[in-house]
Write a protein that binds this ligand. Structure first.
Ligand code: NAD
Length: 250
């Protein structure tokens, strides 16, 4: 068991990638704060973890709201007595062209996808520093943070921000023995904001298959376990190798 006795917050744990992270961490001995805006989803995941012998609780939180995030971190520490791990997983995509997106849509995408990881990191770090046990954080990025897209603009800007936010968080929290890294997925399970996973959807990568949530969960587990003790402030690409390809080159 790699996470025995540790308490983890996983945001957006109500389905897909976050759900798999929560369940894999639980199988490794962690107690899980299943954080999601959707009560039904969060309670289902927490219930399934508890039913399988783990320990989890649903925390309903809108990560677009600073006060919700601060209260959630405080509630988790009160419920479980400690906080060791934060996985900043929630994001939404605007799926918009820059000529069509409204300012409200832009602001909401940035708030949920970029500002929320910062705020969760800030409040979680304060709790970890107060406890004096150090900690680990993983921000879930995206290949959309490295490459522009025709079909999204606020999401790509926000995910680009997550890359450098991760570096600054890693530097500023290192003196407190808090390790921060990010993962960089591409096409894992259902698309962001969607329920349906189509295993036959065409993908262009070096593994010739779409990623599944457990691919990402295993990488995140590595980054919060002692196996990655010498890794800080970096981005781990979990993209089937698609970022190694340059379209048009042979
Ligand atoms: N799915 C992919 O193919 C893919 C690819 C690249 C990156 N990613 C990244 O992986 C992460 C997870 O993606 P996913 O596809 O599993 O997402 P998803 O849309 O399937 O699930 C997101 C969860 O977050 C919750 N949520 C949405 N808004 C919220 C809010 N304001 N407050 C609290 N909870 C909220 C939803 O209820 C949902 O349960 C994201 O950071 C995403 O950008 C995913």
């Amino acid at each position: 068991m790699k996470l025995s006795g540790q308490v983890a917050i996983v945001t957006g744990a109500g389905r897909n990638i976050g759900e798999e992270v929560a369940k894999l961490f639980s199988s490794q001995g962690a107690t899980i704060a299943v954080v999601d805006l959707d009560k039904e989803r969060a309670e289902r995941v927490a219930g399934e973890i508890n039913a399988s012998g783990g320990k989890a609780k649903a925390f309903i939180c809108d990560v677009a709201k600073d006060a919700d995030i601060e209260a959630t971190v405080a509630n988790v520490v009160e419920a479980f007595g400690r906080l060791d791990i934060l996985v900043n997983n929630v994001a939404i995509s605007d799926n918009k062209h820059m000529l069509d997106i409204t300012t409200d849509e832009w602001n909401r995408t940035i708030a949920i996808t970029l500002t929320a990881p910062f705020l969760f990191g800030k409040y979680a770090a304060k709790a970890m520093i107060a406890a004096g046990n150090g900690g680990k954080m993983v921000n879930v990025g995206s290949t959309s943070g490295y490459y522009g897209r025709g079909r999204a603009v606020a999401y790509t800007a926000a995910k680009g921000g997550v890359v450098n936010l991760t570096r600054s968080m890693a530097i500023q929290l290192a003196p407190h023995n808090i390790r921060v890294n990010s993962v960089v997925p591409n096409k894992i399970g259902s698309p962001v904001g969607k329920d349906h996973f189509d295993p036959t959807r065409p993908v262009v990568n070096l593994r010739n298959r779409p990623g599944v949530p457990v691919d990402l969960a295993k990488a995140i587990l590595f980054l919060v376990s002692d196996d990655s003790d010498f890794i800080a402030g970096t981005d781990l690409f979990v993209d089937g190798g698609c970022s190694a390809l340059m379209p048009g080159n042979e």
